[in-house]
Structures are given as C-alpha cells and as structure tokens.
Design a protein around this ligand. Structure first.
Ligand SMILES: [Zn+2]
Length: 310
C-alpha cells in the first residue's frame, strides 16, 4: 500500500482539501497505487480503481464499513455494515471491445475509464450549470462522515437509473429532497455522455454509422439498456448498488456506494481527529508534530488519557 503512515496520509488529506470529487479520487488512487503514474491511473477501467480504493480502505480502516442511507419511501434513517472484502471485484482483462446486438443495431464499445467518467461528469455539470453531484442518484454514505460531501459524482453506465429506468431514480432523488426531474435528466445525459465517449463502432442493418456523429440518445432504448447491462456485467465494481429494505416500512431503496467519496469522508474525519490530538499533546508536552505523529496510535491515546486525568 506504499507509504501510508500518518504523516503521508495527512499530506494526502491536505492536498485533497483543494480538490473536489475527481481530484480527491485521484489522490486516493495514487495512495493505493503509488507505483503508477497519474495517466496510467486515469486510463484504467472504473472498476479497477474502485477495487484499488476498497483495498486501500481495508488497509487503512479495516474491513467493516458502516453505511448510512435514507429510505426512499418513508425517510427512515438506515444503518448497516458491509464487509469491504466483498466489494470491488476487478473487471476481467479483455482484448478488444464489447459488443451488443439488438434488432438492426450492432454496437461495439469499450469499458469506461476513470478519465471517461470524469469527462462525462464535467460535461454534464457544464451543460447544466450545476454540480453533477447526485446526478447518479447515489446517496449511501459513511456513518461517521458529514452527509454533504457524500453524494457521488459517479455517473456510471450501470447505475440504478440504467438498470431500473428513471422511475427508481426519481423516487430516490425525491426522497433525497433533490429536484427529481432535473436530477434524472442530468443522470440520463451523463450516462449518454459517458457512453458516447466509449463507442467504438455502430452498425445499423449492416451499414456503418459514424459513431462520432451519432447522438447516443438516438439509439433505441433497448439498445441503450443492453449497452448498460453489458457494461455492468463486464465491470461490476464500477457501480456498487445497494438494495436496502427499510425496517420501518418494508420498502426497498437502491443507493449507490461511491467508495472514493466514502473513503475521503473517513480520511477527513481521521485527519481532523489526529490534528486535534497533535494540538493537545503539543500543548501538554511541547512535542513537535513529527514527534507526535511518530507515536503509535496506542501511545498517543495513552498520553491523551494521562493529559485528561491530570
Ligand atoms: Zn421506509
């Protein structure tokens, strides 16, 4: 996992404060794979990055992930645990593009990379004049973090909208207090923008259609759906969708878990706690920050208890 001691993690956190979703995700990814250059990381399939981030999460904070979501039907707050070992399946290596045939259409496409995802999210944010956070209708969050930063910017092909139609997304966004119609349109547009970047070839009735001149929105709905399903099968970890039954009303809510946002929230929480420890110990003992960070967490805790007792 490279150099991920407290000082290095604090440096990553500090650098991340100047960024938003994609920049923070890249910083975390570099921490998970320090031997890889940024270009290389951006050209990986999305699920490959997610797998790296789940591995980093396990190394830093353990396997048990506490998840918080809100019931889409009655608004009940729900909390449950996931095991990080079960998440983040890496996509299979493949030569050549994926292919979908539906009716008179044959479409070849490649798996969206991290760079595709960032560009698609950016395009939608620009077109809408609003942040794309939440466009994918995700809202599962870490139990320890603040809610705000946890709406995902991930608008993957295989999201809940693609899988279930816009009704589910609308219900979910409505539950989240967002503007359902706008959000679901933005999600659909983001999905098309992402797909448009990944088309390799399109044939209709055996005739090639220039993929760069084809608005993806003009592909028939069944073709778009098959594309989404094929993408999800090929790279399941690109979107981790949770289906949570509400203990209060029994309705199921779908929420997506965005590991980059989740992990960032945890890191942010950890860093602020650690800085408080540094402040308390420096005040009490006159130690420097590097000296305090060099202590094991156990010793830090012990000295803090002694300070409190004294
Ligand atoms: Zn409920």
């Amino acid at each position: 996992m490279g150099n991920t001691g407290p000082a290095e993690l604090l440096a990553i956190w500090e650098a991340g404060l100047a960024h938003h979703g994609p920049g923070r995700a890249l910083l975390l990814h570099r921490a998970a794979r320090p031997e890889s250059a940024a270009d290389e990381l951006l050209s990986l399939p999305v699920g490959e990055r997610e797998a790296d981030l789940y591995a980093l999460r396990r190394a830093l904070f353990g396997e048990r992930m506490q998840i918080r979501a809100e019931c889409g039907a009655c608004g009940e707050a729900m909390e449950f645990d996931l095991d990080a070992r079960d998440l983040g399946v890496r996509p299979r290596k493949r030569d050549g593009p994926l292919r979908v045939a539906e009716g008179e259409w044959t479409v070849e496409f490649r798996l969206p990379t991290v760079a595709d995802l960032d560009a698609a999210a950016h395009a939608v944010a620009g077109a809408d004049g609003r942040a794309v956070a939440g466009a994918g209708a995700h809202a599962a969050s870490g139990a320890g973090g603040a809610g705000d930063g946890l709406l995902s910017e991930d608008v993957g092909v295989g999201g809940p909208v693609a899988a279930d139609g816009d009704e589910a997304a609308e219900a979910f966004m409505a539950a989240e207090g967002g503007d359902a119609a706008v959000a679901s349109t933005a999600a659909a547009r983001a999905r098309r923008a992402l797909l448009a970047r990944c088309l390799v070839s399109v044939h209709r009735a055996g005739q090639p259609v220039p993929a760069d001149r084809l608005p993806v929105a003009e592909l028939p709905e069944p073709v778009q759906r098959k594309l989404a399903e094929a993408a999800e099968r090929a790279d399941p970890a690109a979107d981790v969708t949770l289906n949570v039954a509400c203990p209060a009303c029994g309705e199921a809510t779908r929420a997506e878990l965005d590991i980059a946002s989740y992990l960032w929230a945890e890191l942010d929480h950890w860093a602020r706690d650690l800085l408080l420890d540094v402040h308390l110990l420096a005040t009490a003992y006159g130690w420097s920050e590097p000296q305090i960070l060099a202590l094991s967490p156990l010793r830090r805790r012990y000295y803090l208890e002694l300070c409190a007792d004294g």
